[in-house]
Each structure stands twice: as structure tokens, then as C-alpha cells.
Design a protein around this ligand. Structure first.
Ligand code: UTP
Length: 238
């Protein structure tokens, strides 16, 4: 059985609000290169971030259904995945030559290469759900969700500065916070896609939610060490 680390990487991480935007990508490249040398395999699912938001808001007044708006979001995720894939290739990482367009295709490509980079697949969810499904398909014991918040909070900390953060939650508790497993609107995001939480609970797969801007935290989660962030595990494992 393959040992594969699966992670959803939020699109916001590619366009940080900092001067030296390429620094994060260089750190990601070093981390993945080191871990591939150590024998790890990676399935990385990249979010749409700014181009997804921009494309969806441009088309929204003209397109009235989420199915078609979702397709614009998917194209943006694939654009971001291409940026990462090309940068990895340039850095000598043995990454799959194509961006898989389904979880099945990703599983097959991972048999040939140590790294695949992909974006979204079909309308109706976000890349968090793609990553969770990939993690389930390759029998990974967890799925890392790298985003741009420190931890899961009970409320949006930008709106309520007194919001409470969590180090650990059950799938049910996280589902309560993010809401029922439905895709509400193209481009609308919550800390974790509720569809992904539902799938992770069903398959009893652990989610590690980390601030992906801090590459050390990503490394700790990859290595299975204690990490700063929120660990989502079933009731029994707590
Ligand atoms: P993202 O996965 O980027 O969602 O997909 P997000 O919650 O905005 O995540 P961040 O900000 O990158 O972390 C963007 C949009 O693309 C469509 C959806 O409309 C989603 O909201 N999408 C993405 C799909 O329809 N299917 C997919 O598999 C992926």
C-alpha cells in the first residue's frame, strides 16, 4: 500500500499580502523536495483563491446558476495548480506531467510519480472535498487542510475578536461550526468545506487544519508531530 500525504492548499496562500510573494512557494518547494527524498508521496490539491473570486464575481451578473459558476472556480484552481506544478518541475521535483481532473486519475498518476498537483474536479464542492476524497481513495490516515487561519474558531475572528479557537474537535463539532454538508454558493468559502467534513466523518479520516503560511506547521503535520492548528478526529480517538 502506498503511503501518501494528501493536502488541500488554500488558493490564498499563493497570493499572500506580502512584498516577497515567492518566498512561501520557495519554502513549499524545499519542504516537498526534502520529504520526497525521504520517501514520502504527495497529493496536493490547490484552491482557487483570488482568480476564483475574481472570475466568479465577473460572471455572476450574467450567469444565474452555481453549476456554471463552479466551473469558473474550477478553472481558477487548475490555474493555481499549474503555477505550483511548473515551479515544482523547474525545481527538479518529479511531479506528474498533467493536472489530473478526477480523483481516480490522481490515484493512477500517483502510482507512477511521487507527487501530483491538482485543482478542483466537478461542481458542487471545493478543493477541500477533493483532497478529502483523494485521502480516502489512497487510504491516507489523514488529510491536511492548509489555509490562512491559525485554527478553527467558533465564529469568524474577523467579525468577533472574542471568538474561541480550538486545538481539537470531533467531526460532529466541526460540522456544527461549518454547517450542513451542502455546497451553498460558488466561490463562498468557510474555514473547511462542510462537504469535506461530512466525507471525512463517514470515512473516519482525521483532518489537520493548519495555517499554511507557516511552513513549519505544515512540516509538523506531514511528519505526524504535534502541530499548531486544529486536529479533527472522531469521538473515539480523542
Ligand atoms: P476553492 O477550493 O478554492 O474554494 O474553490 P475556497 O473555499 O474559495 O478555498 P480557498 O479560498 O482557495 O482556500 C473555489 C470555487 O471553485 C469551485 C467552487 O465554486 C468553489 O467555491 N469548485 C472548486 C468546484 O465547483 N469544484 C471543485 O472541485 C473545486
Amino acid at each position: 500500500m502506498m503511503t501518501i500525504i494528501v493536502a488541500a492548499i488554500g488558493g490564498s496562500l499563493l497570493r499572500p499580502e506580502v512584498e516577497e510573494k515567492h518566498v512561501w512557494l520557495s519554502q513549499l518547494i524545499s519542504l516537498i523536495r526534502d520529504r520526497v527524498s525521504a520517501g514520502d508521496k504527495f497529493g496536493l490539491v490547490i484552491g482557487g483563491g483570488a482568480p476564483a473570486r475574481e472570475g466568479i464575481s465577473l460572471a455572476k451578473p450574467l450567469i444565474n446558476d452555481d453549476y456554471h459558476l463552479d466551473k469558473i472556480g474550477i478553472a481558477a484552481t487548475r490555474l493555481n495548480a499549474t503555477i505550483i506544478r511548473e515551479a515544482f518541475t523547474e525545481a527538479g521535483i518529479f511531479v506528474s506531467g498533467i493536472i489530473p481532473s478526477s480523483v481516480n486519475e490522481a490515484v493512477q498518476l500517483l502510482e507512477e510519480r511521487p507527487v501530483i498537483v491538482m485543482g478542483g474536479t466537478e461542481p458542487g464542492h471545493t478543493t477541500d472535498a477533493v483532497a478529502t476524497r483523494l485521502a480516502i481513495a489512497v487510504n491516507a490516515d489523514k488529510c491536511i487542510i492548509a489555509t490562512n487561519v491559525e485554527k478553527v474558531f467558533n465564529e469568524d475572528p474577523r467579525e468577533n475578536p472574542n471568538a474561541k479557537s480550538f486545538d481539537k474537535l470531533t467531526h460532529d463539532e466541526l460540522q456544527q461550526i461549518v454547517g450542513p454538508a451542502e455546497h451553498k454558493e460558488a466561490g463562498k468559502s468557510s474555514v473547511v468545506d462542510p462537504v469535506a467534513v461530512f466525507d471525512a466523518k463517514k470515512a473516519n479520516i482525521e483532518l489537520n487544519i493548519i495555517d499554511g503560511r507557516k511552513i513549519e506547521r505544515f512540516k509538523h503535520a506531514i511528519l505526524g508531530l504535534d502541530f499548531e492548528g486544529t486536529r479533527i478526529a472522531s469521538e473515539l480517538e480523542r
